[in-house]
Design a protein around this ligand. Structure first.
Ligand code: IPM
Ligand code: MN
Length: 356
């Protein structure tokens, strides 16, 4: 099995290295090949998603992705900025189904900014559509405003749109995921204002007819944001569009106290996928050896489970992570008095040791 390793920028290389060590410790034979992406892709080949990197990602059975972005690339034109690498990979590989679990490990209950009783035992899954919506809709740009009270001024514009089949396939992902959990799906939309999301609601309702065993409710996105911090445990699976999912998944991540713990999977129709931590490249702490590698290690576990059909190995990694937390090991982002502060390398090495 071939895995493309795309470390990227900032803390990306440090955390990816630890995940590769963990994969190597499983006793399986994986072929791993590394390629530059994001700012590193631009620095090496003048483009955030170099041709060779895209080719490798397409050929591989799965992609393990670190993070992209760095202050020094913020002034580049949009098409050359590091973020374009991840958007390009999602689109080019057809990775429309984004799974973002938000799980609160009992050992980390004190790390959340919310009261322990509100978040303890939290285990929700956000299913975010990843290749449509206003992120990719055309036309878009800056132009002379053609009409209305601002006619003649410059205006920026983007297009929100969803095709029926795009909504159907992500709804199936959500209902199927719910079947393996507590069988409840909340579809989040803005049907009270947006045509796109009234259509979304109608189509999700129609797909639901095939899943009589799963409960479906609908919620407006503003209310969902409020409910996520008021009573997050009421949710099980949340399915939503690309932009609402972007926003709500950051919110859900922070309920757990540490975005440094959360993995994600971005899957195509055949479950081939790209697996990356939910956090970004944190350039401010890059190279200091203090970044938390657990989200990337857990992303490798999601890769094994979803893309490579190796659920048992995924379980092994997830229980090794629980072991190191139980041992009291903490990177600075999840540190609390009474635990032992460790760096990136030591945390990775402890997971490898726990696997053995
Ligand atoms: C994410 C990120 C990306 C997104 C950016 C980096 C393009 O915020 O994966 O959530 O908006 O999807
Ligand atoms: Mn985001």
């Amino acid at each position: 099995m071939k895995i493309a390793i795309l470390p990227g920028d900032g803390i990306g290389p440090e955390i990816t290295k630890q995940a590769v060590n963990v994969l190597n410790a499983l006793g399986e034979r994986f072929e791993m090949e590394e390629a530059p992406v994001g700012g590193a892709g631009y620095a090496a080949h003048g483009h955030p998603l170099p041709e060779g990197t895209l080719k490798l990602a397409k050929e591989a059975d799965a992609v393990l992705f670190g993070a992209v972005g760095d202050f020094k690339y913020d002034t580049l034109e949009r098409a050359l900025r590091p973020e374009q690498a991840i958007l390009g990979l999602r689109k080019e590989l057809g990775l429309f189904g984004n799974l973002r679990p938000a799980i609160l490990y009992p050992e980390l209950a004190g790390a959340s900014t919310l009261k322990p009783e509100v978040v303890s035992g939290l285990d929700i899954l956000i299913v975010r559509e990843l290749t449509g919506d206003i992120y990719f809709g055309k036309p878009r740009g800056v132009r002379e405003c053609p009409d209305g009270p601002f006619k003649g001024e410059r205006e920026g514009f983007d297009t929100m749109r969803y095709a029926e089949s795009e909504i159907r396939r992500i709804a199936h992902v959500a209902f199927q995921a719910a079947r393996k959990r507590s069988k409840r799906v909340t579809s989040v939309d803005k049907a009270n204002v947006l045509e796109t999301f009234q259509f979304w609601r109608d189509i999700v309702t129609d797909v639901h007819k095939e899943y009589a065993d799963v409960e479906l409710d609908h919620m407006y996105v503003d209310n969902a944001a409020m409910q996520l911090v008021r009573a997050p445990k009421k949710f099980d699976v949340i399915v939503t569009g690309n932009m609402f999912g972007d926003i709500l998944s950051d919110c859900a991540a922070m309920l757990t106290g540490s975005i440094g713990m959360l993995p994600s999977a971005s899957l195509d129709a055949n479950n081939k996928g790209l697996h990356e931590p939910s956090h970004g490249s944190a350039p401010d702490i890059a190279g200091k050896g203090i970044a938390n590698p657990l989200a990337t290690i857990l992303s490798a576990a999601m890769m094994l489970r979803y893309s490579l059909g190796k659920a048992e190995q995924a379980d092994r990694i997830e229980s090794a992570v629980k072991t190191v937390l139980a041992q009291g090991l903490r990177t600075p982002d999840i540190y609390e008095p009474g635990t032992s502060k460790v760096g990136t390398e030591d945390m990775g090495a402890a997971v490898v040791a726990a696997l053995r």
